[in-house]
Design a binder for this molecule. Sequence first.
Ligand SMILES: CC(C)(COP(=O)(O)OP(=O)(O)OC[C@H]1O[C@@H](n2cnc3c(N)ncnc32)[C@H](O)[C@@H]1OP(=O)(O)O)[C@@H](O)C(=O)NCCC(=O)NCCS
Length: 383
Amino acid sequence: MIEGPRAAKIEELPQIVKLTSWIFGFEKHGVYLDKVFPHVFCEKNIENLRVIVSDGRVVSHLGIWEGWLNFYGFWLKVGLIGCVCTHPEHRMKGYASALVKDAFIKLSSDRVDLVMISGARSLYTRAGCVEAGIIYDYHVPLDVIKDLATRLDGLKIEPYTEDRISDLIGLYQSEPIRFKRSFEEFKLLAGRTFVAEVSESMSIFIAYRMGKSVSYVVFVKGVWNNLTIVEYAGSRVAALKTIYEASKIFNVEHVKLPVPYGDWELTTLLEEYGLKPKSSHATASLAILNPVVFTEKIRPYVEERLGVKANFSIAACNDNVFESSMFGERVKFEDSRAFTMLVFGRPETVHSSDTVKFDSSRIPEVFKRVFPMPSFNYGLNFI
Ligand SMILES: CC(C)(COP(=O)(O)OP(=O)(O)OC[C@H]1O[C@@H](n2cnc3c(N)ncnc32)[C@H](O)[C@@H]1OP(=O)(O)O)[C@@H](O)C(=O)NCCC(=O)NCCS
């Protein structure tokens, strides 16, 4: 007997953790996904663990985490989707597609503004997602930032311990784009695991000047001792110094540093040192669920930049076709995914073969004064 898509039951949680940990390759290293995604795989989030059950066994799963993203002072409700999987014996029966459809219905009824899915597949494109948002991929050789690091000798770099959580919170709160995290959530996320093969894969270092925290950087160490930065906050100069000092501890020659479009302080600093991004990838597979409501939410941001006279608006013409206008200039979107692409921008590298009708040369210049909006990373909220 097949049940679902539906919310999981609390007694199914161990089965879900086992199935997902096995499929995503964590179980063979003795790591279970409730340690990797503690905010997702927990009883509190059971409504958001969506499943298909066959003869009492969970055979297909999709995880949701709902929260808030503060974007330059206004709040967007976000729905993060991850850990989508189907047991190999039950694949190609449409189960994952049914779960994605069910998730979008749930997120719409929960009035989510923006969906973020980690991963790029036709499964998500067909549901209305597009790879959008721009994250620049920098590879930072340490000898390049050595000069900056040695000049900044007033900074003290300390490893994070739980009693320093308030330092992280204070710095993260000062970021123009950030997820809402309660004190408890922040503590939980700062203690999470990232990579199955490397125990203690995540490390956080905090930079202090005159005893005050000025920056922190979250590092993830991969299987080959490669180092990637998953989150940073506070002073970008201090962050580079932190990267330098921590990398010496990890004994690596370079680090991977993803920098969202719009973080001009960090991008220009890196450029001053002669560094250019290797490429850019998408924030996630993104979907703006209701372009009309979304436009209302971002209007204050647009008006601050262009003035109320911009008269920024969007109207639904008919099924999934929208027309947006600004300063009397109009542009029609045949598909809500094209609107998402306009708002968040398209990176150089995309993975899925989504065929979105979007001709950026047709976009009136006034729209380009405000779009793409600055991008953002999942950081510690990654699912
Ligand atoms: C990816 C995965 C979840 C798919 O599960 P599934 O239950 O077999 O999925 P479905 O039967 O609904 O669909 C299978 C494929 O057919 C496609 N498909 C289904 N119905 C379709 C339709 N009507 N028209 C076109 N394509 C269709 C789906 O988009 C999907 O393609 P994709 O895998 O390239 O995205 C499963 O293979 C899996 O668990 N893989 C390992 C874990 C993983 O990689 N998860 C995804 C992380 S991003």
